[in-house]
Design a protein around this ligand. Structure first.
Ligand SMILES: Nc1ncnc2c1ncn2[C@@H]1O[C@H](COP(=O)(O)OP(=O)(O)OP(=O)(O)O)[C@@H](O)[C@H]1O
Ligand SMILES: O=P(O)(O)OC[C@H]1O[C@H](OP(=O)(O)OP(=O)(O)O)[C@H](O)[C@@H]1O
Length: 226
């Protein structure tokens, strides 16, 4: 690493994308050290394995999915991995998502109680529970409906049954969670997959960030060809 350059910081989410992301990261030469996998460790920032391509030139931080975008947009991390749901929800001008990693596939959808389908159709105002207030408001605006969003951080599926909201906007993959909670998907707002994200300014000023983007592009292409 050049003496004047600090290591890059690469942000990864703690949650479900991580298992799928690790093999891709490895193909791109981003390999966290052993402490990263130690369940007893409370550390949040990790070195890269010494014998890996990035070695001391990069640190890996593990944060909540929404916070990956925040760290990268503010330049506290130069790059990271996050779902396109999060990228679109924040729409940070300083954040660029150049590589679709083809993992973490799901969709952001509207759902309502299966037994009351269509009951609120035609309403000009709806209460909707979601972790995605911006995408929810925009979607309903396009439909000519004013959505009052009740922001929840999980377990959205409980909201209609308990009178908190008449609809929810949440991620759907198999549809199992909706079904088990008596809800039905009524429309898809956004197809979702995980993206490599970078800070725009860092991409312009640090050639290592451009090299990282290229490494991930190649890793995804090689995986698709395999
Ligand atoms: N059911 C799903 N199937 C596939 N991908 C999903 C699914 N649910 C979420 N994702 C993707 O994984 C990302 C992170 O999801 P998850 O909520 O598990 O992460 P997390 O880091 O545990 O989040 P939190 O900050 O809420 O704890 C989402 O932003 C989305 O892109
Ligand atoms: O269609 P399915 O395959 O059932 O997946 C959908 C569920 O997955 C996500 O939750 P997650 O399991 O990540 O838990 P969370 O409530 O902590 O976000 C999402 O919020 C749904 O609840």
């Amino acid at each position: 690493m050049p003496a004047d350059k600090k290591p890059l910081t690469f942000a990864v989410p703690k949650g479900r994308i991580l298992d799928e992301a690790l093999p891709l990261m490895e193909r791109a030469g981003v390999v966290p050290d052993a402490e990263f996998h130690d369940k007893k460790s409370r550390a949040l920032s990790f070195a890269c394995a010494e014998n890996s391509q990035w070695g001391r030139d990069m640190r890996i931080i593990r944060v909540r999915a929404f916070d990956v975008a925040t760290f990268v947009a503010h330049g506290a991390a130069q790059a990271g991995i996050v779902g396109s749901d999060v990228v679109e929800e924040f729409a940070y001008a300083d954040l660029y998502a150049p590589v679709d990693l083809d993992i973490g596939h799901c969709r952001l959808s509207v759902a309502e109680p299966a037994g009351e389908l269509g009951c609120n159709d035609g309403a000009s105002h709806l209460r909707v529970a979601s972790k995605y207030p911006n995408l929810t408001r925009k979607h309903f605006e396009r439909m000519g409906v004013q959505a009052e969003v009740v922001k929840l951080n999980g377990a959205m599926e409980l909201a209609p049954g308990l009178g908190l909201a008449s609809r929810i906007v949440d991620l759907v993959s198999t549809g199992r969670t909706l079904k088990d909670n008596g809800l039905a998907e009524t429309s898809v707002i956004l197809p979702v997959s995980a993206r490599l994200i970078v800070n725009r300014a860092a991409l312009k000023t640090d050639e290592r960030v451009a090299a990282l983007v290229e490494a991930f592009r190649e890793a995804v292409a090689r995986l698709k060809a395999a």
